[in-house]
Ligand binder design. Structure first.
Ligand code: 5GP
Ligand code: ZN
Length: 118
């Protein structure tokens, strides 16, 4: 069911503390941790603790939780002093590079970022 923990989900395990991660921020509803394969000096993932497969499902089912994720993403950028500019990305679907089907925001910063992305 939407929002329920999924036994086979890596990010549910990270949210539960069952898989270690370098956590940079936590709230009652969200966890922010460093990406294991960083693509920029700042590369942090922000997830809702509750399981939704992607950002659109999250926003449709739990808009306040989606707002929590966005607010935390902004806080990560502020904490990391990414004043020059940063990017919040929600890869959605395998064709766009989504590999973990638990909604997550990538917060990328600390270097110049090309637009449009590849
Ligand atoms: P996606 O490709 O789904 O948008 O993003 C998934 C991200 O999760 C990737 O950037 C990948 O490097 C990261 N990732 C995959 N496994 C782990 C892990 O075990 N720990 C952490 N911290 N990040 C992970
Ligand atoms: Zn999950």
């Amino acid at each position: 069911m939407a929002g329920e923990p999924q036994a086979d989900c890596l990010f549910c395990k990270i949210a539960a503390g069952d898989v270690p991660a370098t956590i940079v921020r936590e709230t009652d509803t969200t966890v922010a941790f460093r990406d294991i394969n960083p693509q920029a000096p700042t590369h942090v993932l922000v997830i809702p603790r509750a399981h939704y497969a992607d950002a659109a499902s999250l926003a449709a089912a739990a808009p306040e939780l989606a707002a929590d994720v966005l607010r935390e993403a902004g806080q990560v950028a502020e904490d990391e002093k990414a004043e020059a500019g940063y990017r919040i990305v929600f890869n959605t679907g395998s064709g766009a590079g989504q590999t973990v089907f638990h909604a997550h925001a990538h917060v990328l910063g600390g270097r110049g970022l090309q637009w449009p992305p590849g």
